[in-house]
Design a protein around this ligand. Structure first.
Ligand code: CDP
Ligand code: CDP
Length: 224
């Protein structure tokens, strides 16, 4: 019988987590869960509702009455916030530059982790984020920590923006990515950190297929 496992993929911004996680999930017919999209969706709602982004009680209150759904589609994973498709809205620069303040609130994280763990109970899951190997799925059979230099990560986002028709300032992107990494790594609860049993892959000079192949090798070793 097929042995369905859990795969945790963590790492800093634009390391390639969601791109490779999606491909690995497709190859295995597993579900893919983008936990960053959940923090982004809450941040989007908090901005719309003009909440103080560091008011933990107000954020938790909002989250508890908010439905966040991740739905696979042929266009990739769609994100629904209270039944509204916010897939593109949550990628705005405003959300990107605010999300780490929301995500560092301990009670917000507690509720998010509870929801993420519930999504994973079906088995056969690839989940990406910052604390998946350390907190959300500490028993995941395969744990990956993706890295790349900040210059390379900023270049990747820059190229992505150009392809979408939204040119960006490379230096500014680099600063924003470094700032977000710093807040994510230095927060008190579940900071961005490699789990002690995670395999680190530096993707700076690797292509997407190279990274996928490395992860699939580790997965195949595990599922036999
Ligand atoms: O795709 P990108 O790397 O830009 O970010 P993301 O995965 O969409 O995550 C957005 C933000 O959510 C991160 O910068 C973290 O502040 C937060 N996050 C988190 O704290 N824990 C997670 N498991 C996932 C994301
Ligand atoms: O999810 P995360 O923020 O870690 O990164 P991503 O959104 O998957 O990847 C950021 C960008 O880097 C995407 O445009 C990918 O196509 C690209 N990428 C790459 O060029 N080389 C890799 N080895 C991985 C991702």
């Amino acid at each position: 019988m097929e042995n369905k496992i859990s795969i945790a993929i963590d790492g800093p911004a634009a390391a390639g987590k969601s791109t490779v996680a999606k491909i690995v999930a497709e190859k295995l017919s597993y579900i893919y869960i983008d936990t960053g999209a959940m923090y982004r969706a809450l941040t989007y709602k908090a901005i719309i509702n003009q909440l103080d982004l560091e008011d933990e009680a107000a954020l938790l209150d909002t989250l508890l009455s908010t439905d966040i759904e991740l739905k696979p589609s042929n266009k990739g994973q769609l994100v629904f916030l209270d039944n509204l498709d916010v897939t593109d809205l949550i990628r705005s620069a405003e959300v990107t530059n605010s999300v780490s303040y929301v995500a560092r609130q301990p009670k917000v994280r507690q509720e998010m982790v509870k929801r993420q763990q519930a999504f994973a109970t079906v088995g056969g899951v690839v989940m990406d984020g910052r604390d998946i190997g350390t907190h959300v799925l500490p028993n995941a059979e395969v744990k990956i920590f993706l890295l790349a230099s900040v210059e390379e990560r900023a270049e990747r986002r820059h190229t992505e923006n150009l392809e979408k028709g939204f040119p960006s300032d490379l230096e500014k992107l680099k600063e924003e990515i470094a700032k977000r990494d710093k807040i994510d790594s230095e927060r008190e609860v579940a900071p961005l950190k490699k789990a002690s049993d995670a395999i680190e892959i530096d993707t700076t000079s690797l292509s997407i297929p190279d990274v996928v192949e490395k992860i699939m090798t580790l997965v195949n070793e595990r599922i036999g």
